[in-house]
Design a protein. Structure first.
Length: 619
């Protein structure tokens, strides 16, 4: 089977496991990973010189102000040379004595079963500005998997300072892999100084949606910042400035020195439908006062009286010029056919403005474009649109579907009289008091198909036999229906063609401070003149849809709905910038029935000369 391709300078992941004993003395080993962690590897897939590092802030709760005496790490490659351990005040452009503050060359014979432990001739005190600690090595030939992906990484939650990488050939600039899902560099630092004994630092633990009168379990990552294993904690919860009584919790699985573990607590719903920011404060560790001031973590709790299913948005950004992107097209079709109306697909198929499926304003929301086939579910982490985060994007979709909506939404959309624009309406109903949400509107087209050269989809799978790519992709392999380097007459669905974004800024109104159960209506006209001409040339009017996206304050998609654009309706929504007809307006009224001499800003009721009444939105 062909592996899924995860591209960041062609970085990929494989796995091995290691176990080591922990040292202890007046010195201590510390790192973003521990010595006993299992690790895998990333790499560029070819022979190269690798430089990998972590950054230690000067105010770090454990390492800040300590003296670095040495490092330990792993070498996964089978064909390696020129190993160097180093410390630098900034990310070094070269590993030399002038670019680093400490440097130690490692003889190949010092590698013990793939592990290296290095002492520096002189200690280095971590300054207030922090420092980088890392190691470099050559991969002389990439003949086996460990040579292709030689940088040791622990597959745990990413950390902003825990994985920096560059190579001399494939990735010449330092890249911070935080947020890319590759985990943390397997590296520990030998520190010297005074250490806390009983210290626990909880990490922020996300968002919880609880139905009124119920409760839910919360799992919290806790970092042991002391030398003693954590066997118990005492904690209190603070809400709106009021602190609860302390609670005692014995840990089933103690958290080792400088390691990270989890504790589980129970969160109860509030007394009313509302949003609360809660703060957990760890007051004691092992029955002793918590010795670190990094003793707090926050979460957000929404209490809802009504649980509403959330429709899920998949924003796919591939391109017709991307040869791996046929799998993205297949992934989206799998979601469409499996989940039906719960799926709201927004395809951003483009590489540049000449691509007919490039969104007209060059930007949709805050998505940054990348070359590989990739997507985001409800503005979450970037994943492969076919494989998802594991082996099937439908697993990620099911996880997203299980999260309740934070607002209910309905939508309507009508063509204007000459089909040059769509008048859109989204009705947002609050499910808790104080609801503040942004509203984004986008037109989506299905059935886009053309024999024009610009619409041809690149395809790399034609180089493989059907048995190498799996049944879903076999149509693109050698001998398959689309088994050529480019695909003609492919039908593209879920293609975003126009949105409420203009010059990178959303123009649709937000809804603010809604009470539980209150409904607000947002209207906006989407002109087709903003769409690419090559899209308009093949657009099918009966296959255009409106997607209304409700955006929570944290940027995630709280809910969404997709509706087909209906035909022009004289009694429906109109807009003053639409085409004029021979009918005349005879009277103007505000939405509450007051007659006015002229149309007012906002929604107006206009009586026409044929006796009909129109709703007209004046901007």
């Amino acid at each position: 089977m062909m592996k899924k391709l995860l591209l960041i300078a062609a970085l990929m992941l494989s796995a091995i496991t290691t176990m080591h004993a922990q040292d202890s003395s007046n010195q201590a080993w510390w790192g973003y990973t521990t010595q006993d962690d299992s690790f895998g590897g990333v790499g560029v897939g070819s022979a190269d010189t690798y430089h990998c590092a972590i950054f230690i802030p000067g105010n770090h709760g454990v390492a800040g102000g300590k003296t670095i005496r040495g490092v330990r790490f792993a070498i996964r490659a089978q064909h390696y040379d020129n190993i160097i351990a180093w410390v630098a005040q900034t990310r070094p452009s070269a590993i030399t004595s002038t670019k680093t503050v400490r440097m130690a060359n490692v003889d190949n014979s010092a590698v013990n079963n793939g592990y290296v432990e290095v002492s520096f001739n002189e200690g280095y005190e971590i300054p207030s500005t922090g420092c980088y600690v890392g190691f470099s090595f050559d991969v002389t030939t990439a003949s086996v998997t460990n040579d292709k992906y030689p940088v040791p990484v622990v597959a745990t939650t990413d950390e902003p300072n825990a994985l920096w990488l560059r190579t001399e050939q494939a990735q010449k600039a330092w890249i911070n892999l935080n947020g890319q899902g590759y985990g943390r560099l397997y590296l520990q630092v030998l520190l010297e100084g005074e250490f806390n004994q009983n210290a626990a630092s909880p990490q922020n633990f996300g968002t919880y949606i609880i139905k009124g009168g119920e409760q839910t379990a919360a799992s919290i990552n806790v970092v042991n910042m002391g030398t003693e294993p954590i066997t118990s904690i005492d904690y209190a919860m603070e809400v709106d400035g009021e602190q609860s009584a302390e609670q005692h919790l014995n840990l089933t699985n103690p958290i080792g020195s400088f390691a990270t573990g989890t504790v589980n607590i129970t969160l109860a719903a509030s007394e009313s439908a509302r949003k609360e920011d809660r703060t957990l404060i760890v007051t004691k560790v092992n029955g002793e006062p918590n010795e670190t001031d990094q003793n707090q973590a926050s979460c957000t709790v929404y209490t809802l009286n009504e649980i509403v299913d959330r429709n899920v948005v998949v924003e796919e950004y591939t391109g017709t010029g991307c040869g791996w992107c046929p799998r993205g097209l297949v992934g989206m079709e799998k979601l469409r056919t499996t989940f039906g109306d719960r799926f709201v697909g927004i395809g951003l198929h483009r590489y540049n403005q000449s691509d007919p499926m490039y969104l007209a304003n060059g930007k949709y929301a805050n998505i940054s474009f990348s070359g590989a086939p990739s997507c985001r579910i409800n503005r979450g982490a970037e994943i492969d649109p076919y494989y998802g985060s594991t082996n099937d994007i439908r697993n990620d979709f099911r996880t997203a579907m299980a999260v309740p909506a934070l607002a209910a939404v309905e939508a309507n959309a009508y063509w204007n009289s000459d089909s040059t624009a769509v008048d859109a309406e989204a009705n947002v109903t609050a499910l808790f008091d104080g609801t503040d949400m942004k509203v984004e509107l986008v037109l989506i087209a299905d059935g886009l198909k053309s024999s024009n050269t610009a619409w041809r989809q690149s395809n790399y799978y034609y180089q493989y036999d059907a048995s190498q790519v799996g049944s879903d992709l076999s149509m693109f392999a050698a001998g398959g229906k689309f088994g050529n380097s480019t695909i003609s007459n492919w039908t593209f669905n879920d293609v975003a063609i126009v949105s409420s974004y203009v010059n990178g800024t959303n123009q649709a109104d937000a809804v603010t401070n809604l009470a539980n159960g209150e409904t607000a209506t947002v209207r906006y006209t989407l002109p087709l003149a903003s769409a690419q001409q090559q899209v308009l040339n093949v657009l099918k009017k009966d296959q255009v849809f409106l997607a209304a996206l409700i955006i929570a304050p944290d940027g995630s998609i709280a809910n969404a709905v997709k509706v087909q654009v209906k035909g022009y309706d004289l009694t429906g929504i109109a807009n003053v910038n639409g085409a004029q007809t021979s009918l005349k307006d005879t009277a103007n009224y505000t939405i509450d029935g007051r007659r006015t001499n002229t149309q007012q800003r906002g929604l107006n009721l206009i009586r026409m000369s044929d006796g009909t009444v129109r709703k007209v939105l004046v901007k």
